[in-house]
Write a protein that binds this ligand. Structure first.
Ligand code: C5P
Length: 309
């Protein structure tokens, strides 16, 4: 029996989420910059001798059944390994808010792939795990190695970037009672903006090239990211908590930029450093409490799922 394996699974924010057009498979063609942050879940895995796969979680609102991405990832990895006798007992400590646009579920699924690859001694490399991840969700491949990456296609075409130079601080806020359905956000985007979507691969590639060349993504660029999220344009007018959160964040002194993450409803503001984000959190706490918003002060991190010592 090998020793139990424990991994951390960080949340992500979208520094850039551009909807380019529609794909033949019905998904949207995207150009994104995703960034890992130090708000993290923990997944603990140990072998079982009877080939069973099970999950427990301290968050009662989360399903631990066959629909959970951790369980789906475990079953997929076992099937592809060809060793049907492999089993795992897993325990998730949840810190990332659920249904928030922070890829919490995707990062947990990626964590299961990394942890079980280690526990079961499969010896697969990150690119093989990312291919399995792409079968389970669009944001999941990014979550394996994380850090700062360009994500194209559905989100699964990854181009890693050097860590951003700026020591940015993040103030993240979310209404605990509001969730936004990702399929709804994309279908609403298509309804509102479909007629202006780019139509062909050459036009998609021109936008990818423009993003690759953006100054802020490169060493010595040094500037704060000029945040963009095309889904925000669609979700914000229809979701009062997103409107409140963005107004509140944008009014903070020293706030460089504020935007929604993913399909929402979580929103974040950028500050020059973590100290400024901490101070802003203290300063705005009463107002956030009145609006019913929870808040987290975070930093950027240069990695995704990581084995704990
Ligand atoms: O891949 P994932 O399960 O995260 O996608 C959830 C839904 O979001 C998809 O079923 C689709 O409706 C929408 N989506 C999309 N284009 C993407 C990613 C997701 O239209 N690139």
């Amino acid at each position: 029996m090998t020793a139990p394996v424990c991994v951390t699974a960080p949340a992500k924010i979208n520094l850039h989420l551009e909807v380019l057009g529609l794909r033949a498979d019905g998904f949207h063609e995207l150009a994104m910059v995703m960034q890992s942050i130090d708000l993290q879940d923990q997944l603990h895995c140990e072998n079982t001798s009877d080939g069973s796969i099970s999950l427990r979680c301290d968050a009662s609102e989360l399903s631990c059944g066959e629909d959970n991405l951790i369980v789906r990832a475990a079953r997929l990895l076992r099937e592809r390994s060809g060793f049907s006798e492999l089993g795992a007992r897993m325990h998730l400590k949840k810190h990332i808010p659920i249904g928030a646009g922070l890829a919490g579920g995707s990062s947990d699924g990626a964590a299961a792939l990394v942890a079980l690859n280690e526990l079961w001694g499969l010896g697969l490399d990150a690119s093989q795990l990312e291919r399995f991840a792409a079968e389970l969700g669009s944001d999941m491949p990014f979550c394996v190695a994380g850090g700062t990456q360009l994500c194209f296609g559905r989100g699964e075409r990854l181009e890693p970037l050097p860590p951003l130079e700026a020591q940015l601080g993040i103030l993240l806020v979310k209404d605990p009672d509001v969730r936004v359905s990702t399929p709804w956000a994309y279908s609403e985007c298509r309804r509102q903006r479909g007629s202006t979507y780019l139509q062909d691969e050459a036009a998609f590639e021109a936008r990818r090239e423009a993003l690759r060349a953006a100054q802020w993504l490169h060493p010595l660029g040094g500037e704060a990211p000029p945040l963009r999220n095309d889904l925000q344009t669609v979700v914000e007018p229809l979701t009062p908590s997103v409107r409140d959160a963005l107004q509140c964040l944008a009014s903070l002194p020293n706030c460089l930029q504020a935007a929604m993450s993913g399909s929402g409803p979580s929103c974040f503001a950028l500050f020059h450093n973590r100290g400024e984000a901490d101070r802003a959190k203290d300063q705005v706490q009463t107002q956030l409490d009145q609006l019913g918003l929870r808040s987290w002060s975070c930093s950027l991190i240069p990695h995704g799922v990581k084995l704990m010592a």
